[in-house]
Design a protein around this ligand. Structure first.
Ligand SMILES: O=C1O[C@H](COP(=O)(O)O)[C@@H](O)[C@H](O)[C@H]1O
Length: 266
């Protein structure tokens, strides 16, 4: 149950009194989208991020979700990944495997992680190739208005600098319009080598959720959500605007603490 928030032109805001409430709401949201997608398409193509998100998804491994979700229909992708070995502490795959995927009956062949034995550039190319094959077989839908894949759900975190996936402020990757997956070798946040979905892919999804907690994210949440003027920096999170899809923000009180009053009490 959201404490407050509502719909503005930046999507639906769900602001939670406690992390526990946020975790429950997030689990309900993912479970509902999974059910709807399996009913409509027979599968659920979900892209994860790393960072704090995975811990906040933990309730999905508990009752009732662990029994009610049709895990066999899930296809897992990563919106961004660090180019490190899969058993490295920085790996987003390892984070998700340890915190979520190993605790529910996901089909191993449905887990699409990156090739960790090649360069960042090759890993991005490989990953895009894999997604292209799955678009051909309609495991992943295709957008009606771009040639991009249309994931059923992309889950994103928000960095204190406003980054989403591995799209960082003022980085050229942010303006990539041709590729579905791109790479960077100079991430301002370690580790430096990463692959990431591009903004057109994020904005082609059926559903995008931004999960934001803690006071270190309050300023970037404000810049991403509020009606700030043209003089404010355009941070990557503000560029998340699904063309045909639905954007939902999951915030705790601390992350929402700098939002304009008009966004708090709807
Ligand atoms: O480096 C990354 O950071 C962001 C944000 O992480 P958080 O711990 O501040 O929530 C994350 O969404 C991204 O996937 C990750 O690679």
């Amino acid at each position: 149950m959201a404490l407050s928030g509502g719909q503005n032109n930046r999507g639906e805001l769900r602001i939670h009194e406690s992390l526990d409430e946020l975790r429950t709401d997030l689990a309900d949201y993912v479970a509902e989208l999974s059910e709807a997608s399996v009913k409509e398409r027979g599968v659920f193509a979900i892209a994860l991020s790393g960072g704090s998100l995975i811990g906040l998804m933990g309730k999905l491994c508990e009752a009732p979700y662990n029994k009610t979700v049709d895990w066999s229909k899930w296809y897992i992708f990563w919106a961004d990944e660090r180019v490190v070995a899969k058993n490295h502490a920085d790996s987003n795959y390892k984070l998700a495997k340890d915190g979520l995927l190993s605790k529910v009956p996901i089909v191993p062949s449905h887990v699409h992680s990156i090739n960790d034995s090649v360069s960042a550039e090759e890993a991005a190319e490989d990953y895009e190739f894999v997604i292209r094959q799955l678009v051909k077989t309609r495991v992943v839908s295709v957008s009606e208005i771009s040639d991009c894949p249309k994931f059923d759900l992309i889950l994103l975190g928000l960095g204190p600098d406003g980054h989403v996936a591995s799209l960082f402020p003022n980085h050229s990757a942010l303006n990539e319009r041709e590729e579905w997956v791109t790479f960077i070798t100079d991430s301002p946040k370690p580790p430096p080598e990463r692959i990431t979905f591009t903004m057109p892919v994020i904005n082609s999804a059926s559903n995008v959720a931004l999960v934001v907690t803690g006071d270190s994210k309050a300023e970037s949440a404000h810049l991403a959500i509020d009606d700030v003027g043209p003089d404010c920096p355009l941070i990557p999170a503000r560029m998340v605007q699904p063309a045909m899809g639905k954007l939902v923000w999951f915030l705790d009180k601390l992350a929402a603490s700098k939002l304009e009053e008009s966004n708090l009490n709807k």
